[in-house]
Design a protein around this ligand. Structure first.
Ligand code: ADP
Length: 587
């Protein structure tokens, strides 16, 4: 149990005064803000969100139909906490961290019943603990005491709790332990287990937040190449229905080079989450061949689950992410979709009859969103290791209108913006990320990494591509007015090169076994192949070859097949030679 319960005296229970959807008002409840309470005869879980005189307002994380006045409300006196320890990975939770499979067994149905409680981690399972410190060693809060093989890929570090005073290790032993058994004792008398609890609304402590310098490589060309996110960075993916938010989030969850993935399905339709729940356990990590679930924790709060739990699932997710960060891991958290969370805030706020802000969202919408994204970052942990939490949120603006409050408020906070575009999606240009509207504020600070780890001229090649795409944008306006043939030949050529940039570089098929993941080197080499076409074509043009003949060379369309090549380096080298040869033959 948490410290709060031990310190507090026994609290008085209250009774329900009124119920309005997920909002319940209780009388005579002795409670503080954010206390967790059990509501009604069934003991539904809720959280105190407002106290006025002897009336306490509670948002309830479970369905409240049938719950009525004069039923009891019991206060736990503790804030909403998440259970931390080995067993978080390869797990699927609902919005209040109840493991879905455990609940399924208890309930004998895939639908969660109300008032059923289950711990977030398995309490009976024995874990093989190997100490990394010895008796007599001095340890402080956050220090690693030992390790547990949590999954085939992840070694769980057992940490001294962040709230500990530290001290000398009085006893520690290797062996098989459940998360509740004592694995170490300090000279202060403190007994340490593998189970920690942490209040979800509070960021876990860190030493310093650092400037991120490494990219979170996603294997998606347009992201890594043009709009990279840093490890410890923040990104938003806004887009209308059907533009590819979910596919993009799934691609990141599968291929991003993070150690740990926390995937929060927040208020999305059940079938989308079912897809994740069914697909993910089948998927393999492309680099290790191990099951992807071995590094993944899924939190599924579908649209048919109570709205208030959307908020708790976001906070639960970020707290789990911080916990693995504290072990020195790079964690990536995907939230799909933050709009559904914002809608939950709007619903609760309106039931509280608060003064509405823009489009009915509460005035604190922006503060809540930034509290969430601020917990991302590249950190020096309190134990001296470095770890990161990258936060990537999908936004679903109604009608795809980016001027609405959730998109606008998110834009002010995040540093990477991947704008999905309905027109591109309709033209089957995937990923439908609009290259004129999207941006990454990490681009320059990540360049040194790409220069060192991929190629020296990574930034120059990218700039070349960006310039061509910009030029295409301007030329397209003229083309619309006067037609393509009215353009000078060199500009017609630019349009052709830009077309290859769009088709061979920006487009990428998430459902093709090879194209789905593109290593940064391949991303770079595709650009150089198109650049070769550009340079050789210019030379041919200067030598007097008509643009139609240049465009018609046989080799050029092969650029569009690089994506699906596994032996891309060889293919690209051949292709460049062939393009050069065919163009030089023209003069
Ligand atoms: P949203 O979550 O924005 O409603 P989805 O992510 O479900 O949209 O994408 C809708 C459809 O677009 C997908 O079912 C798929 O057919 C197509 N799509 C999106 N991104 C890609 C991609 N990178 N490659 C291929 N198809 C894609």
């Amino acid at each position: 149990m948490s410290q709060a319960t031990q310190q507090e005296t026994v609290r008085e229970d209250g009774v329900i005064q009124s119920v309005s959807g997920p909002v319940v008002t209780a009388r005579d409840l002795d409670a503080r803000m954010n206390d967790v309470v059990y509501v009604g005869n069934e003991g539904l879980m809720g959280e105190v969100i407002e106290i006025e005189g002897d009336l306490t307002t509670i948002q309830v994380y479970e369905e409240t139909s049938g719950v009525g006045p004069s039923e009891p409300v019991e206060n736990t006196g503790e804030p909403l906490t998440v259970d931390l320890g080995p067993g978080l990975l390869d797990s699927i939770y609902d919005g209040v961290q109840r493991p879905l499979d455990v609940l399924e067994e208890k309930m004998n149905s895939p639908y969660l019943d109300r008032g059923v409680d289950a711990p977030g981690i398995e309490m009976d399972k024995k874990w093989e603990f190997v100490p990394t410190v010895e008796e007599g060693d001095t340890v402080e809060a956050g220090d690693v005491l030992g390790t547990v093989p949590e999954t085939v890929t992840i070694e769980h570090k057992v940490l001294v709790p962040p709230t500990s005073e530290g001290g000398d290790v009085a006893s520690i032993e290797a062996g098989e332990f459940t998360v509740e058994e004592v694995i170490a004792e300090l000279d202060s008398g403190e007994e340490i287990t593998m189970h920690q609890e942490w209040p979800v609304r509070e960021a876990r402590p860190s030493a310093t937040k650092m400037t991120p310098r490494e990219p979170l490589v996603s294997g998606q060309r347009i992201l890594d190449g043009l709009f990279p996110i840093a490890k410890g960075g923040t990104a938003a993916i806004p887009g209308p229905f059907g533009s590819g938010k979910t596919v993009t989030q799934h691609q990141l969850a599968k291929y991003a080079d993070a150690d740990i993935i926390v995937y929060v399905g927040c208020g999305e339709r059940g079938n989308e989450m079912t897809e994740v729940i069914e697909d993910f356990p089948e998927l393999e990590d492309p680099t290790t061949g191990n099951p992807l679930m071995a590094r993944t924790s899924l939190i599924a709060n579908t649209s048919n689950m109570p709205v208030a739990a959307r908020e708790s699932c976001i906070y639960t997710g970020i707290t789990i992410a911080e916990y693995y960060r504290d072990m020195g891991y790079d964690v990536a958290l995907m939230a799909d979709s933050t709009s559904r969370w914002a809608e939950a805030m709007r619903e609760i706020s309106s039931r509280l009859e608060e003064m509405p802000g823009e489009e009915g969202y509460p005035a604190y919408l922006s503060a809540r969103l930034s509290e969430f994204y601020e917990r991302a970052g590249y950190f020096e942990n309190i134990n001296g290791t470095e770890g990161s939490v990258s936060a990537i949120g999908a936004v679903s603006p109604p009608g795809g209108d980016f001027s609405e409050p959730v998109t606008q408020n998110t834009l002010r906070i995040v540093k990477t913006f991947w704008a999905l575009d309905a027109d591109l999606a309709e033209r089957r240009h995937f990923p439908a990320i609009n290259w004129s509207e999207s941006y990454s504020l990490y681009r320059n600070q990540l360049d040194p990494w790409f220069v060192e780890n991929v190629r020296d001229d990574w930034p120059e090649e990218r700039q070349w591509a960006v310039d061509i795409l910009d030029e295409e944008d301007e030329l397209q306006e003229i083309v619309q007015l006067v037609g393509k043939d009215a353009l000078p030949e060199d500009q017609q050529l630019t349009l052709e090169v830009a077309r290859y940039l769009r088709e061979a570089y920006l487009q990428q098929n998430a459902f093709h076994p090879t194209d789905t993941y593109c290593p940064p080197e391949k991303t770079y080499l595709i650009l150089t192949a198109i650049h070769t076409l550009n340079d050789e074509a210019k030379k041919a043009l200067d030598a007097g070859v008509p643009v139609e003949e240049i465009i018609a060379i046989e080799a050029a369309p092969r650029l569009n097949r690089i994506g699906v090549q596994e032996d891309y380096a060889e293919y690209i080298e051949d292709l460049k030679a062939e393009i050069t040869e065919q163009l030089r033959e023209l003069y």
